[in-house]
Design a protein around this ligand. Structure first.
Ligand code: TXA
Ligand code: MG
Length: 285
């Protein structure tokens, strides 16, 4: 199913057999839990324990690209396998009419990891989603290209608020609502998705490249950028985010010696873009 962030491989969150098939299709390790997608905060409150911070963030950013990790309230609604056995659950209300209608029709949450095979870039178009895991799906919904192009921001509200994954809702926007965010703990149990070399294409990725070498594909940025994969000729970070995974895939298909990426500013949405690029290059583990 499409969402405003990336395409997801969807399953009934309460159905352990369906959820097992999602892990299987992605080649995803079973210790890495899935996000439960809901229609709205009322459905979310039946699954997870909302405190004042969660209420404030949901009121401000849902439906939209923000995932909250909260204590689980109804462990049947999002089955054990989907939560990787944790007593917490990740929830978001997607801001796209198709998943909204799908969850409403089912009447309960739908889990959906990004529809890529594990360790590959997330699909942001219908064709890329079908190429990645389409064979495993009983049905596929075409919602056109994803408006945002990067996975949701993930914030854990278990003790102090922690930023587990930067995304389109920026650190500053979240801090404006609930105050300072701590960093994700090194503890793998609390942020199980932070695997090394995530979001990676086949070709090696080189970052902060002003001038590519012969044989390299160049993901450029800004007015000085050249070639078919200028992430944003005008230097706009939203446009760069929308194009990032699609251009990484397209550049990869040209079988370059490496994919060289121009420097991208770090502020605002740049934090999430640079996070995905560092992971594609294998610098974060
Ligand atoms: O934008 C998105 O979030 C997309 C679309 C399809 O909604 N979904 C997505 O799902 O990116 P996935 O599975 O690729 O990433 C979910 C992230 C992983 O890093 C996972 O470890 C983390 O959320 N996560 C899920 N449940 C968690 C939990 N209980 N505690 C900590 N992290 C959790
Ligand atoms: Mg993913």
């Amino acid at each position: 199913m499409p969402t405003e962030t990336v395409y997801g491989l969807a399953a009934d969150a309460a159905n352990a057999r369906a959820v097992a098939a999602v892990y299987e299709a992605k080649g995803r390790p079973s210790f890495n839990p899935l996000i439960a997608h809901v229609t709205d905060v009322a459905m979310a409150r039946r699954i997870a324990r909302f405190d004042a911070r969660a209420e404030a963030l949901a009121a401000r950013f849902w439906p939209g690209p923000l995932t909250l990790v909260l204590p689980v309230l109804d462990p049947e609604a999002v089955c054990d396998l989907a939560r990787a056995g944790l007593d917490t659950v990740a929830i978001r209300a997607p801001g796209h009419p198709l998943p909204h209608a799908l969850i409403q029709a089912l009447g309960r949450p739908i889990v959906a990891p990004s529809a890529n095979r594990s360790g590959r870039p997330s699909p942001t178009t219908f064709a890329d989603a079908v190429e990645e895991t389409g064979k495993a799906a009983a049905a596929a919904l075409d919602g056109g290209p994803c408006a945002i192009g990067l996975e949701s921001t993930v914030v854990a509200l278990l003790d102090q608020p922690r930023l587990l994954r930067p995304g389109a809702v920026t650190r500053a926007e979240i801090e404006a609502v609930i105050g300072p965010l701590s960093e994700a703990e090194a503890d793998a149990k609390r942020s199980p998705g932070r695997l090394a070399r995530h979001y990676a294409p086949n070709a090696p990725v080189r970052l902060d490249v002003e001038t590519p070498r012969p044989g390299e594909a160049w993901l450029s940025f800004g007015p000085a950028g050249q070639g078919p994969w200028n992430l944003s000729p005008s230097g706009d970070l939203h446009e760069a985010a929308t194009n990032l995974f699609a251009y990484l895939r397209a550049a990869d298909r040209s079988q370059p010696t490496a994919i060289a990426v121009a420097p991208i500013p770090h502020g605002g949405l740049g934090e999430a873009i640079n996070d995905r690029l560092r992971r594609a290059a294998g610098f974060v583990g």
